[in-house]
Ligand binder design. Structure first.
Ligand code: XMP
Length: 518
């Protein structure tokens, strides 16, 4: 079922492989203009069919002179649609429109200051001199294409920005999308609103309204199944669908006994009691524990948990009569990755989802969030009245506490880990640090060390505290938590959690370590 929204005002971003492409899209959407990222080589017909109000050419790691450099159709510049080239996008524009590009003597990377040369819509209301920008490029423009005027220069880039106002073609050598270019938002908004003449109509309120409408029409009288985990994405999917089709939505929550303290109760409270959702709870802690008996290998744990989840979910789902759809919380970054020309990144750890289930059960997929970035999903959650605790929740792995408890998963260890983890969560929230880190949690180590409590010698387990900062979990660094907070967490865990007499802080970054310990 297609849930494409009819966005009248939409911008097309062509991806040339920059690490910042998604950031461009997020900035455009933060300015309330809907946009999509597509590979650089989509056909001219596809570009026309998209009917963009404007096109942004992203940066990219190549040089326009590399053999095999990504090249888009040059007829894009003849569509009478405004175009903004960024970095590589600028060099490509210069090359395709008969300017010239050369290798700079030295790569320019980092902060730079530009001075404006000629007035333009792109730089309207921006300082004329010493504008701080972020550069990251090897090639640079030597000669402007015919009809272009110089808009700005820096010490190392004689052409830091150029434009042909009559054709609405503009380009910048620097990256307006990154935070290190403080006026970048203004420049992008000048492009969106003064040059493309877009209206700022993309809001999460409008998304919610049009989604509910589209879901109602698309689903008709059919029944829908949704796997609810209590995480942000599946919670938003569930509440959105509930608003659209009410009791014809059937949410299945599998309690695998590997959740954080109070999680299962909280899902129950929020979704059944507060939102009045049709919620089926499968209490399967015992079965999971049984199947995990004696298993120590992390990948094997993942496989067992993933397979058992699918087995139980499928059994429950098959009891729902006339179910035709399965709803999933797929987000836009997953969709982009599958069309990007970058190679697939290596799978280091296998993550489970309901793989294969839609085909086996002949269910059609509904993915109402597949156009959204994570921060937009959070805003939708707020629009829908989800509690802040769910909206700001950290990612939690499907296999749960099983991969934070090194070695065999046993009931007693789970209990210790759950209590220590709850202390961490409480203290992170109370100190306000929770919103500043990507994840913070406890890991229970399978080692014992000697301690002394009162007059007694103890020989108990070690808890490692893991708290990381990250933007996408691909890389991460340990959070510089204040000593006082570390001290409070350590004291509380050792005093309150029986079986633990030592707390250590994990100061490894990813790579070479990973966020989770297993
Ligand atoms: P790593 O440990 O690979 O984790 O640095 C990166 C992110 O992925 C999460 N993670 C998982 N999520 N199933 C999941 O659903 C898994 O098996 C799994 N393993 C890791 C991890 O919490 C972090 O956010």
């Amino acid at each position: 079922m297609a849930f494409d929204h009819l966005h009248e005002e939409r911008l097309l971003i062509l991806d040339f492989g920059s690490q910042y492409t998604q950031l461009i899209a997020r900035r455009v959407r933060e300015s309330h203009v809907y946009c999509e990222i597509h590979p650089f080589n989509i056909s001219l017909d596809a570009v026309k069919a998209f009917q963009p109000r404007g096109i942004i050419l992203s940066g990219g790691p190549s040089s326009v002179y590399d053999s095999g450099a990504p090249i888009s159709d040059p007829k894009i510049f003849t569509l009478q649609v405004p175009v903004l080239g960024i970095c590589y996008g600028m060099q490509l524009m210069a090359r395709q429109l008969d300017g010239s590009v050369e290798k700079a003597e030295r790569r320019e990377y980092g902060p730079a200051a530009i001075d404006l040369d000629n007035p333009s819509l792109l730089f309207q209301d921006i300082e004329k001199e010493g504008v701080r920008v972020w550069m990251s490029h090897g090639d640079r423009i030597l000669e402007l294409p015919p009809d272009f005027i110089l808009l700005a220069h820096s010490d190392n880039s004689p052409v830091a920005a150029m434009g042909d106002p009559r054709r609405d073609l503009y380009a910048v050598q620097f990256h307006p999308e990154v935070a290190h270019t403080p006026c970048g938002k203004d420049i992008l908004e000048n492009f969106l609103f003064r040059i493309c003449r877009c209206k700022p109509s993309w809001t999460m309120r409008s998304f919610v309204d049009s989604s509910i409408q589209a879901l109602r029409e698309g689903i008709g009288e059919d029944q829908v199944i949704c796997a609810l985990s209590g995480g942000v994405d599946s919670s938003v999917v569930a509440v959105l669908l509930h608003k659209a089709i009410g009791s014809r939505l059937h949410c299945i929550f599998v309690n695998n006994g590997l959740l954080r303290k109070g999680e299962a109760e909280s899902v129950h409270r929020v979704f059944r009691d507060h939102f009045d959702l049709n919620l089926i709870v499968v209490n399967a802690s015992e079965v999971f524990l049984e199947r995990l008996k004696g298993v120590v290998d992390p990948e094997q744990k993942r496989r067992i948990i993933g397979n058992l989840f699918i087995e139980l979910f499928e059994k429950e789902a098959s009891r729902i009569p006339n179910a035709r759809y399965l709803a999933q919380g797929t987000l836009y970054p997953d969709v982009i990755e599958s069309v990007s020309f970058k190679g697939p990144s290596a799978t280091i750890k296998t993550h489970h989802n309901v793989g294969g289930l839609p085909e086996r059960m002949q269910l059609k997929l509904i993915e109402p969030l597949r156009e959204l970035f994570k921060d937009e999903v959070r805003l939708v959650g707020r629009e829908l009245g989800l509690p802040e605790r769910i909206i700001m929740r950290h990612p939690f792995p499907g296999p749960g506490l099983a991969i934070r408890l090194l070695g065999e998963v046993r009931r007693e260890s789970l209990e210790i880990l759950r209590e220590a983890d709850a202390v961490i969560l409480e203290e992170m929230e109370a100190s306000g640090w929770s919103d500043h880190v990507w994840q913070a949690f406890a890991v229970l180590l399978p080692v014992r060390s000697v301690g002394v409590m009162g007059d007694e010698r103890t020989y108990d387990q070690v808890v490692a505290l893991r708290a990381v900062e990250s933007v996408d979990a691909m890389t991460a660094d340990w959070a510089r938590l204040p000593y006082e907070l570390l001290q409070r967490i350590s004291n509380r865990i050792i005093n309150e959690v029986k079986g633990v007499n030592r707390v250590v802080y994990d100061i490894s970054s990813k790579p070479p370590s990973t966020i989770e310990w297993e």
